[in-house]
Write a protein that binds this ligand. Structure first.
Ligand code: ARG
Length: 396
């Protein structure tokens, strides 16, 4: 079988190469999801009396076998296939024959790609949620291990108030837990069944059961009306990448603190040796490259968000091929946020604080002293503040 839209006319190879671009490579990760969606669709067609029970069974078995052989590395999507949808239908027809040609009744690659992407994003968000919570746990553990270690609390990068390793670590942990929760709730937009919307205008003349595929695929609602489906492409993607961008901001701030704590001048921490890298010229170096790359990953993910929003901003309604270009920034952001979070879990677990190098400037207790004056002498905070400030000036 050739392309799904092949009507016998020759296709300029250059056009295929340009329009498919890297899409066929990116679609590799969508194989299991397109299989799931196609099985649900075939079962629905059978329930509606549009294909026979034997054909539905053959399609289900054939697709399951293809998912297994794909996972085992036995086949890949090629440029000639153009995308995951075509590749699966081609392989299915090659293996089960005629029945394979019946699966595309009442659907389009437009609703197929959205279904596969949504199922994939829901899974990916689950993993990102877990990694962010792992990072939060590692920080809480680090805080607990260093319960009694004091740390200067900085404002404007100047020592401001006494703090502790535990307070510092728990602050990040709390924000990471919040990020984890928001990653999952961002996907409410993806939790709608696109199947049955077909090219974007439903299937006039063909009775499909969109509720059946909704239930089979575990979506909370059917995405209605059919014209809303293509309008929504890019929104769940942007919502997820926005949350990843916020997650990365927290990891980036954590990285920046640690980079400062790791300088020879501060030397508040020792990083695990297997987490540092060497220099080709300076034998003594143990560089914190991981932290620097995590910090800059935040910029890459911000850019991915802008890329997604830029693609969808000026489109009219209905499917347009521009939408395909949302996949690269989406996958880039998911992969990078996942990898950055995971490496940070390992790094955090190996951090050693060096209390002997952590010195709090005596002035750091100034606000605390002013509070004592207020409680002990009943004077206003403003007067107490001035008295302490004057005392500090006299000491100079
Ligand atoms: N690769 C395409 C995408 O991601 C799949 C849908 C193609 N649809 C079409 N009408 N050409 O958008």
């Amino acid at each position: 079988m050739k392309r799904l839209w092949d009507k016998g006319e020759p296709l300029d190879k250059r056009v295929l190469r340009y329009t498919a671009g890297e899409d066929y490579l990116l679609d590799e990760r969508l194989v299991p999801y397109d299989v799931r969606a196609s099985i649900a669709h075939a079962k629905m067609l059978c329930k509606q009396g549009l294909i026979s029970a034997e054909d539905s069974q053959a399609i289900t078995n054939g697709l399951n076998a293809l998912a297994t052989s794909h996972a085992a590395g036995e086949w890949k999507i090629t440029l000639e296939d153009e995308d995951v949808h075509t590749a699966l239908e081609k392989h299915l027809t090659d293996t089960i024959g005629e029945a394979g040609k019946r699966v595309h009744l009442g659907r389009s690659r437009n609703d197929q790609v959205l279904t596969a992407l949504r199922l994939y994003m829901l899974d990916a968000a689950g993993e990102l949620h877990k990694s962010a919570l792992d990072a939060a746990s590692a920080l809480k553990k680090l805080g607990k291990q260093n319960k009694d270690v004091a740390l200067p609390g900085y404002t404007h990068m100047q020592q401001g108030m006494p703090s502790s390793v535990e307070l510092w670590a728990n602050g990040f942990a709390a924000e990471l837990e919040d990020d984890a929760n928001n990653i999952v709730s961002a996907l409410q937009r993806a939790d709608k069944n696109p199947l049955g919307s077909a090219a974007g205008y439903g299937t006039p003349g063909l009775e499909l059961d969109r509720e059946f595929t909704r239930e089979a695929l575990n979506f909370t609602v059917v995405h209605e009306p059919v014209t809303a489906v293509q309008l929504s492409r890019g929104k769940a993607e942007a919502a997820l990448v926005f949350e990843l961008s916020l997650l990365m901001q927290d990891l980036s701030k954590l990285a920046t603190d640690l980079l400062m704590y790791y300088t020879q001048e501060f030397a508040f921490v020792k990083l695990p040796e297997n987490m540092t890298t060497g220099s080709s010229i300076m034998p003594q170096k143990r560089n914190p490259d991981v932290l620097e790359l995590v910090r800059s990953a935040a910029a890459t993910i911000n850019a991915a968000l802008l890329e997604i929003l830029g693609i969808t901003t000026k489109l009219g309604s209905g499917y347009q091929r521009d939408l395909q270009r949302i996949k690269p920034p989406l996958f880039r952001a998911i992969d990078l946020a996942g990898a950055s979070t995971e490496i940070m879990v390992q790094l955090i677990s190996g951090i050693k604080f060096l209390p002997e190098n952590i010195q709090l400037d005596p002035s750091i207790y100034a606000a605390e002293k002013a509070y004592q004056l207020v409680t002990n002498e009943g004077i206003s905070f403003r007067d107490a503040y001035r008295r302490i400030a004057a005392e500090l000036n006299n000491d100079e």
